[in-house]
Write a protein that binds this ligand. Structure first.
Ligand code: ADP
Length: 662
């Protein structure tokens, strides 16, 4: 066996040539024994054939491309020799001793002697592993492109489509044959043609256009929202020769986004609607808010809320609010009549939602209009939801219209139904509030009337008691009773005056007569008079020497001071001191009355200036009507001043008021 290794150095140029070839070459004799091989063959086999071994290739195995082991007698050279066929060629896999594999292209060529007899065979093995691997990669890529869910298209820089996968076929509706060779502009809507120019510019300067969201058109003209990624395609020398485009259908994503936005918008409307309706007690405002919100939520062109009401005489009438149409559009049409369409709603028989009301069997049965009156807003889609109170009575109906058919969905129906239930509660509350306001007004009217009627007899009784008192001799034992009677009549008279004041305040008829006076004198006088009748408490006054002049209603300010002083005494039964202070600064005179009694809980402090409010646990054992502070607060407010309390439960209270200095 001749090993050509090192042949270059032997000085044999033919051997050097063969040994230097970048292909494996070996020769077998006519029995298939390897007689000669070159350097490249040794490299390819990964080992040398063992000298003298028959028909090699001991530890190098050969397989067909589909994996069948090839025995030496099945080898191409054996075949060539036995069939005496020149120039055979076949692809195999060589597995070397270390297990590594090579793809080879095996070529045989018979050697004949001078007599033409076959003396051997020249074998050429070309290593095609790299090419095979490349083919594998290509096939893999092609399979990926074919099976991809995204449309993958390639095009030249002139926009001519050069490849088109299955998903592109599905997405755009063109077959591969229809698409290849045509311009990419067939997919671009007219108003977006400029995008192509931009894309080509980007791609030409080696840039990738990534996740570009746009619209492209289907073969039928239908627009499809897409996310495009476009990359340059380069030839082997790196020149940009076209672009590959991956298009992902984002219709579902867009739909989901829109749906989300839609829900968010509805939620926003519902939230703000719920809050404002719950806060509102005015029927007309509630009706309008409900109508506006539901018209917006349903996308109706017109919405109306018809609300049944009773007037003072118990007669039924209807209030209504509109949205989306001017009031005049309804005014000449009158109220919904008792037709089959409206009956269902106003009898609370259920929701009506129809795609085309004019085709509904309930529609158009009654004279004179037989359908919508002339001049009615065009209504095709119709949705009507009864509004039912929690007691089960129908309090109204919400009606919506749209000039186009099939505009209302089940979602709209459910939304309005939900709001109708809320609206019913709000309207029930508003109705209750209205009723309470009426009763309250009647009560105020009664208080005004009763106190007015009581005032005259009480004044008369007081007068008679005075006469009797004067006519009795000092020794008369009835004199004491008369005095007590006069004290009680005085209290009664004060209560009646207070009640009269309350009713004057409510009706806005509490007159004030302004005059300039010295507040220091007034305070001294009030405390002195109070001290004369009070034996339990010592009233101390702290005030400056100089006069403090104010322009106010002296009698009303006196009323406030007396009220605060008597409260201080009344609500501090365990104490024996009341502290009164007067000072002035920043153009204000401040009077404060401090006691060391039971004090007021902060929760009650918020309410004590309201009409008829009395602190619960105190009310039972200390008499009063709960209107003194209400009147004081009103008087001070009317003077442009401010009345406040500072107190801690169990630690006394300080009431202070400020009024402007003259
Ligand atoms: P009335 O004294 O007739 O109840 P007012 O309007 O003067 O009515 O006072 C309202 C409530 O405020 C009283 O019922 C009482 O609970 C509380 N209050 C008023 N002044 C004082 C005070 N100085 N100390 C503690 N509680 C007071």
């Amino acid at each position: 066996m001749i090993e050509m290794d090192g042949a270059v150095n032997t000085g044999n140029p033919a051997a050097a040539l063969i040994n230097g070839l970048p292909v494996a070459v070996y020769i077998c004799d006519n029995e298939g024994f390897i007689t000669t091989y070159n350097e490249f063959a040794k490299q390819l086999w990964g080992s040398k054939p063992v000298n003298g071994e028959t028909r090699w290739l001991g530890n190098v195995k050969t397989y067909t491309l589909d994996g069948m082991l090839v025995s030496p007698c099945q080898s191409l050279s054996a075949h060539s020799l036995s069939a005496q066929t020149d120039a055979l060629e076949k692809k195999f896999i060589l597995e070397r001793a270390d297990g590594s594999r090579k793809y080879i292209n095996h070529h045989t060529s018979l050697i004949r002697d001078n007599e033409g007899l076959i003396s051997g065979v020249i074998n050429t093995l070309i290593d095609i592993t790299a090419q095979k691997e490349d083919e594998g990669k290509q096939a893999m890529l092609a399979a990926i492109v074919t099976s991809s869910d995204d449309a993958i298209i390639s095009k030249t820089l002139d926009g001519i489509i050069t490849s088109w996968n299955h998903a592109a076929e599905k997405l755009f509706g063109y077959t591969e044959q229809e698409a290849i060779g045509r311009s990419i502009t067939m997919l671009i809507p007219d108003d977006r043609l400029s995008e192509e120019e931009h894309i080509i510019n980007q791609v030409s300067s080696s840039q990738i256009v990534d996740h570009f969201e746009t619209l492209r058109q289907h073969k039928t003209g239908r627009l499809i929202p897409l996310s495009l990624t476009i990359s340059p395609v380069k030839d082997t020398s790196g020149n940009i020769i076209g672009a590959s485009k991956i298009a992902r259908d984002i219709s579902k994503q867009k739909q989901a986004e829109q749906q989300l936005q839609h829900y968010a918008r509805n939620l926003e409307i519902l939230n703000s609607f719920g809050k404002s309706v719950a806060e509102n007690l005015d029927v007309q405002t509630i009706l309008q808010k409900v109508t506006d919100a539901t018209t917006q939520l349903t996308g109706a062109e017109y919405g109306a809320f018809f609300y049944n009401k009773l007037n003072e005489n118990g007669e039924a009438y209807m209030l209504y609010t509109l949205s989306g149409a001017p009031k005049e559009a309804f005014e000449k049409l009158g109220m919904p009549r008792n037709t089959d369409v409206f009956k269902t709603t106003f009898r609370g028989e259920g929701i009506i939602r129809v795609d085309d009301i004019t085709k509904d069997q309930r529609y158009g049965k009654y004279a004179p209009h037989h359908g919508m009156p002339k001049g009615h807003l065009p209504v095709t889609s119709y949705l009507a939801v009864p509004v039912i109170s929690k007691h089960g009575s129908v309090i109204g109906g919400l009606l919506y219209g749209h000039s186009k058919p099939a505009m209302f969905t089940q979602e709209h129906e459910q939304l309005v139904d939900g709001i109708a239930a809320q609206a019913a509660i709000a309207l029930d509350n508003a109705k209750l509030y209205e009723e309470i306001s009426i009763i309250n007004a009647r009560k105020d009217e009664f208080i005004g009337l009763a106190s007015h009627e009581l005032k005259t007899p009480v004044t008369t009784i007081n007068g008679y008691l005075q006469i009797i008192e004067r006519s009795l001799a000092g020794s008369d034992r009835n004199a004491g009773f008369i005095t007590k009677a006069r004290v009680q009549v005085g209290k009664l008279s004060n209560l009646i005056s207070d009640l009269l004041d309350v009713s004057k305040i409510i009706t806005g008829q509490l007159p004030l007569s302004y005059a300039t006076f010295n507040l220091t004198d007034l305070l001294a006088e009030c405390t002195e008079v109070m001290q004369q009748t009070c034996t339990t408490h010592n009233i101390t006054v702290e005030q400056p020497e100089e006069p403090i002049i104010v322009n106010a209603d002296q009698q009303r300010i006196e009323q406030v001071i007396v009220n605060l002083l008597s409260n201080a005494i009344k609500y501090s039964p365990q104490a024996n001191e009341v502290l009164v202070k007067l000072n002035h600064n920043n153009g204000q005179a401040t009077v404060s009355v401090q006691d060391f009694g039971m004090g007021i809980d902060p929760n009650d402090q918020k309410h004590i200036f309201s009409r008829f409010y009395r602190v619960e646990h105190v009310a039972a054992h200390i008499s009063g009507l709960g209107i003194g502070l209400y009147i004081c607060n009103e008087i001070i407010n009317r003077h442009g001043g401010h009345l406040s309390v500072n107190s801690q439960l169990g630690h006394g209270a300080t009431f202070s008021f400020q009024i402007p200095l003259n």
